[in-house]
Design a protein around this ligand. Structure first.
Ligand code: HSE
Length: 437
């Protein structure tokens, strides 16, 4: 069979990893693909870093290893799109702007397969890209877009085809998990743990997307499309980050034998998919509570085959690149028989506020007789069954306690809180977190 020719657009941390794996494992990869797989072109504005870090030959770059102007890079990209000898383009440019969006659409329109790790682009503007791919009979590989090295996309698309996925819950952002793990294990504040995450190279200088839950939300949107066939926007998917979790919240989680995790959750129930991203207190009996550091994990519950857990690296140069290379090989090998259609279901999306989960509500109240009774009475009035009430911590003139509920909706919890507020006994807004068993 002919050589399978690849062009790489963007050769930074992940793109460089792709070149490294393809050159180090070349012989084996050719055998696995059933044909020679070769990077024929690399377009990178500033190749110097990749040359130094990954030992890539200057000649491998369009322009011979010199810095490119944007115009020069665009001209090389146009050559690639017009070159019928190129079979597949790997996009590791990143971002969601028009440049990268148009690049991905044009790759598909030019009849080339596309492989991308760009979760933000696929979650926010993926529909047009997948449509262009389907119309032009080419494939889009995006294993690396969700949890780096973990083969969750192929597991869903190829392995669970004989079953029905009922729910998915996961730790899909390594930076948040690293921060939370250090907060829990070393009693650090959020700010201290974030500084350590930045020093360790996990969090970016601007870590907003990671800690706000935005990056995890992008990944959940992709999973919900793939599993349940629904298109959910970032506006529809309520996501909450880890910035507001305090040491006190951590203490209450410990008290109920749980650990805080930033959880992506989606569950099929009747005609609806209930989903969201938020910090949850994950009980010790759930495997996800023991997944610490920058590691990612996904728990899938299937109708026929039950619970499955995938754990592994969600980021990193070689880790993410290994998934990109796997996509390249899969497309090179099965090109003619690929299923290119993403599911389109009739299910409707609802946020987690409509779903029943157990919650922990933490109250800071005036410290005088009868207050705990008043609070628990209002919770009972909303038909919420209380599982347990912690002892009161008496801090100067305040009482601090938390209530663990049995399954209820956030609507019920908020109704109870509204009633309690009218009593004028609260020192501040109660803090509410779901519990995951
Ligand atoms: N920044 C992400 C994380 C990896 O910390 O998991 C890329 O989505």
């Amino acid at each position: 069979m002919n050589t399978f020719n690849i062009a790489l657009i963007g050769c930074g941390t992940v793109g460089g990893g792709v070149v490294k794996i393809l050159s180090e494992m070349n012989h084996t990869l050719n055998e696995r693909a059933g044909r020679a797989v070769k990077i024929s072109r690399i377009v990178e504005l500033n190749p110097e870093n990749a040359i130094k870090r990954f030992g890539i030959q200057k000649e491998a770059f369009c322009g011979g290893g010199k810095k490119l102007t944007v115009d020069e890079a665009n001209s090389y990209i146009s050559d690639i799109l017009n070159d019928t000898g190129i079979d597949l383009v790997v996009e590791t440019v990143g971002g969601t702007g028009d440049f990268v969006f148009n690049l991905c659409v044009n790759v598909c329109k030019s009849g080339k397969h596309l492989v991308s790790a760009n979760k933000a682009l696929l979650a926010e503007r993926g529909k047009a890209i997948f449509n262009a791919a389907e119309e032009n009979n080419v494939s889009v590989g995006f294993e690396a877009a969700v949890c780096g090295a973990i083969p969750i996309i192929k597991t869903i698309r190829e392995s669970f085809t004989g079953d029905e996925i009922v729910s998915v819950s996961g730790i899909l952002n390594g930076t948040s998990n690293y921060i939370l793990s250090r907060m829990i294990d070393e009693n650090l504040s959020f700010e201290q743990a974030l500084t350590f995450a930045q020093e360790a190279g996990y969090a970016e200088a601007d870590p907003t997307l990671d800690i706000s839950g935005g990056d995890a939300a992008h990944k959940l949107i992709i999973l919900m499309k793939l599993i349940f066939g629904i298109d959910v926007t970032m506006e529809e998917l309520k996501y909450q980050g880890i910035q507001s979790i305090s040491k006190t919240d951590m203490d209450y989680a410990r008290e109920i034998n749980a650990r805080f995790k930033l959880i992506c959750f989606a569950r099929h129930d009747g005609d609806f998919i209930y989903g969201g991203v938020c910090p949850m207190m994950v009980k010790d009996e759930n495997v996800l509570s023991g997944v610490n550091g920058a590691t990612n994990a996904i728990r899938v519950i299937n109708k026929y085959s039950g619970k499955h857990i995938l754990i592994g690296a969600g980021a990193g140069s070689s880790e993410t690149a290994s998934s990109i290379v796997a996509d390249i090989l899969f497309i090179a090998r099965y090109n003619d028989r690929m299923n290119r259609t993403l599911p389109n279901g009739k299910l409707k999306f609802k946020g987690l506020k409509d779903y029943t989960l157990p919650y922990v509500i933490t109250f800071e109240t005036e410290d005088r007789p009868g207050i705990t009774g008043l609070v628990t009475t209002e919770i009972g009035r909303q038909n919420i069954n209380i599982y347990t009430v912690t002892h009161n911590r008496h801090v100067s003139d305040k009482a601090l306690f938390s209530i663990e509920t049995q399954a209820s909706t956030l609507k019920q919890i908020n109704a109870a809180i509204s009633e309690i507020k009218t009593k004028g006994i609260l020192k501040c807004e109660p803090v509410v977190y779901p519990i995951l068993y």
